[in-house]
Design a protein around this ligand. Structure first.
Ligand code: NAG
Ligand code: NAG
Ligand code: NAG
Length: 205
């Protein structure tokens, strides 16, 4: 029994590593099935793919596929990002939020802002689509630390950066990360709708 469980864990980890988003329509379906646009009052009709890679201290990096369960220990990050399906090289804004805090049954603290940063650009000719930034994050990345028993939805979005974003003061490093209205923020700083995104499910283990 013990052997079977660890074998499944190994197979699961291997599959997680190779799976990735390959079709924006499939990503949209996964978001709709997980009720993410409704939870955030946003429109999500992706035209590109956001590849989110979680580097691992031991073993291959984990590439997200929308809706995949990822062991918490694999989510240390910070993630690496790549965009596929747009001719724009940026700059882009990247956001990550937890929709299920403190628990999926009663997410009274959500959305929690786990990352907000701009200046992401795909300007490395040798690695098309690979995003990098020299701009300090508004909210620096912090690892999922879900409570409750059910996995939380941790959602990444890629936006075209607006001209207002670099000077916005609605959200600063001092702004509470809880109950963040992403939809309202995106409207107020002219981000429009996300052009890409993906998400992972992460539980306490
Ligand atoms: C971009 O996505 C397409 C599928 O939509 C895939 O075939 C292609 O390999 C991807 N390109 C890169 C550079 O990841
Ligand atoms: C967030 O803001 C949008 C307007 O952009 C609004 O429709 C929505 O009700 C707000 N959500 C919450 C939970 O206040
Ligand atoms: C993002 O910007 C690109 C290039 O300027 C444009 O083609 C695209 O429609 C924009 N996407 C969204 C969702 O605003």
């Amino acid at each position: 029994m013990k052997f079977n469980i660890s074998l499944l864990a190994v197979l699961g980890a291997a599959l997680t590593t190779v799976a990735q988003d390959i079709d924006a329509a499939e990503v949209k379906t996964a978001f709709d099935t997980a009720k993410i646009p409704t939870a955030l009052s946003i429109k999500f009709n992706p035209t590109a793919l956001l590849q989110v890679t979680l580097p691992q201290q031991n073993g291959s990096p984990v590439i997200l596929k929308a809706g995949t369960r990822i062991p918490r220990a694999s989510t240390v990050g910070p993630p690496q990002y790549k965009v596929n399906g747009t001719t724009s090289t940026g700059p882009f804004v990247i956001v990550m939020v937890d929709l299920d805090a403190p628990t999926t049954q009663s997410p009274t603290w959500s959305p929690i802002r786990h990352y907000l940063g701009g200046g992401w650009s795909a300007t490395n000719a040798a690695n098309p689509g690979v995003l990098s930034t020299t701009t300090a994050a508004v909210t620096a990345w912090f690892q999922p630390a879900p409570s409750g028993t059910d996995p939380h939805r941790y959602v990444f979005f890629l936006y075209n950066q607006s001209t207002q974003f670099p000077t916005q003061r609605l959200v600063t490093s001092g702004t509470s990360i809880t109950n963040w209205n992403l939809s309202s923020f995106a409207q107020q700083v002219g981000l429009g709708d996300p052009l890409a995104g993906t998400f992972m499910l992460v539980g306490p283990q």
